[in-house]
Design a protein around this ligand. Structure first.
Ligand SMILES: C[C@H](O)[C@H](O)[C@H]1CNC2=NC(N)=NC(=O)C2=N1
Length: 103
């Protein structure tokens, strides 16, 4: 499957379906906040599994009770593609199960 950078217009359209996610500097990003560290780390572990399944990987930061997710597509020079939205959507589906809330 050929993957191509999305236009800014298409990115904005897709972002409307992903509350909490932002776009800047050719990246999609979001921060989740948790009750404590085990919950935050649990989300990171499940994201890692999804990323292996999709063969698409975000940059993750794990703090005490926060997880930061940043993603773009390296193979097109670091632009946002449909693959980034697919990963973001998958993360949104599972984050509530870890007690995630908005930053
Ligand atoms: C071979 C492997 O699927 C590729 O290197 C994948 C791995 N994960 C990736 N992740 C991201 N974010 N962008 C990529 O282009 C990418 N490429």
């Amino acid at each position: 499957m050929a993957v191509e950078p999305l236009t800014d217009q298409e990115i904005q359209r897709r972002l409307e379906q992903l509350p909490g996610w932002s776009f800047a500097d050719d990246r999609l990003f979001r921060t989740y906040v948790f009750k404590g560290h085990p919950q935050a780390a649990g989300l990171v572990a499940e994201i890692a599994t999804i990323q292996e399944e999709l063969a698409h990987h975000s940059d993750l930061t794990l703090g005490y009770n926060k997880v930061g997710v940043t993603v773009n597509t390296h193979s097109v020079g670091g632009k946002v593609t449909a693959l980034d939205f697919e990963l973001a959507g998958r993360i949104e589906e599972i984050a509530p199960q870890h007690g995630a809330r908005a930053d």
